[in-house]
Design a protein around this ligand. Structure first.
Ligand code: FPP
Length: 248
């Protein structure tokens, strides 16, 4: 345990967001190609989705592919896309059985047509599922997401449909890809780096940050439960003092 804690089921975060980092290094340490790390990472995705659903997390957001990841070698990009497609095809039944709705954050129009089609089918088929929403951030960047929202607001102002003085935080939130979903309570990054890498920049304003050296392929049920235990033992003050919070 990174911080001394016991597991308390009442303190389950509503929304957990994860930067799944370290697949490449995990593979390199084993003298395997980077794609072997991503493949093992898919098993971690399965384990973490299953555990999150089981313990009552309502929203789980996984950073699967960033806007910057398009710059990786073409073989790695196409390998990742293939893994994504296979994952989606194989997981539909389990998602329906477990009442999991699939949703996508990011520029899905940039994805290869075959991947986009499967993604949209799984999203449509699971649209009525309610126990948990699984957001896959694909071709996602926080700044890009915010700029798309800002352009829409600016356009509405230019057309006279909105007054710039009336712009509010909620109006911007409602135009982000996460519209209608609560902000993340807990943001986890695996793989040892301690940065946000353009992930949920607006939404993570008050998220508890949890960094671990564990590389994503080694992050499974036990590691998620540990992160949630640590979260449960932190005091979230939202800018107030500790005694203000105790007074309610
Ligand atoms: C970062 O590790 C991870 C990624 C860029 C991709 C994450 C993708 C998966 C876990 C598999 C596919 C996803 C789903 C949802 C089925 P890295 O390659 O940057 O690792 P490194 O920092 O060690 O090089």
């Amino acid at each position: 345990m990174e911080e001394n804690a016991s597991f308390d089921i009442r303190l389950i975060p509503t929304h957990v967001a994860i930067i799944m980092d370290g697949n490449g290094r995990w593979a390199e340490e084993r003298n395997k190609p980077r794609l072997a790390g991503h493949k093992a990472g898919v098993d971690s995705v399965r384990a973490v989705v299953e555990t999150a659903r089981e313990i009552g997390v309502r929203h789980l957001t996984l950073y699967a592919f960033s806007t910057e990841n398009w710059q990786r070698p073409p073989t790695e990009v196409s390998g990742l896309m293939k893994l994504l497609r296979t994952y989606l095809e194989s997981e539909l039944r389990t998602m329906l059985k477990n009442d999991i709705r699939l949703f996508c954050l990011g520029q899905r129009e940039r994805l290869p047509t075959d991947v986009r089609k499967v993604l949209e089918k799984v999203m449509a088929d699971t649209d009525q599922c309610r126990a948990m929403t699984l957001n896959l951030a694909l071709s996602y960047g926080g700044r890009n997401e915010m700029m798309r929202a800002v352009r829409q607001l600016a356009g509405q102002c230019a057309l006279g449909e909105l007054e710039w003085q009336s712009l509010s935080e909620d109006m911007l939130s409602d135009l982000l890809d996460t519209a209608g979903q609560p902000d993340p309570d807990l943001l986890i990054r695996t793989g040892g780096e301690r940065r946000l890498s353009n992930f949920l920049l607006w939404q993570a304003s008050y998220a508890e940050l949890y960094f671990t050296d564990t590389k994503w392929p080694d992050f499974r049920r036990e590691q998620l439960l540990e992160a949630i235990t640590v979260y449960g033992n932190r005091q979230r003050r939202f800018g107030k003092t500790g005694s203000q919070l105790q007074a309610g």
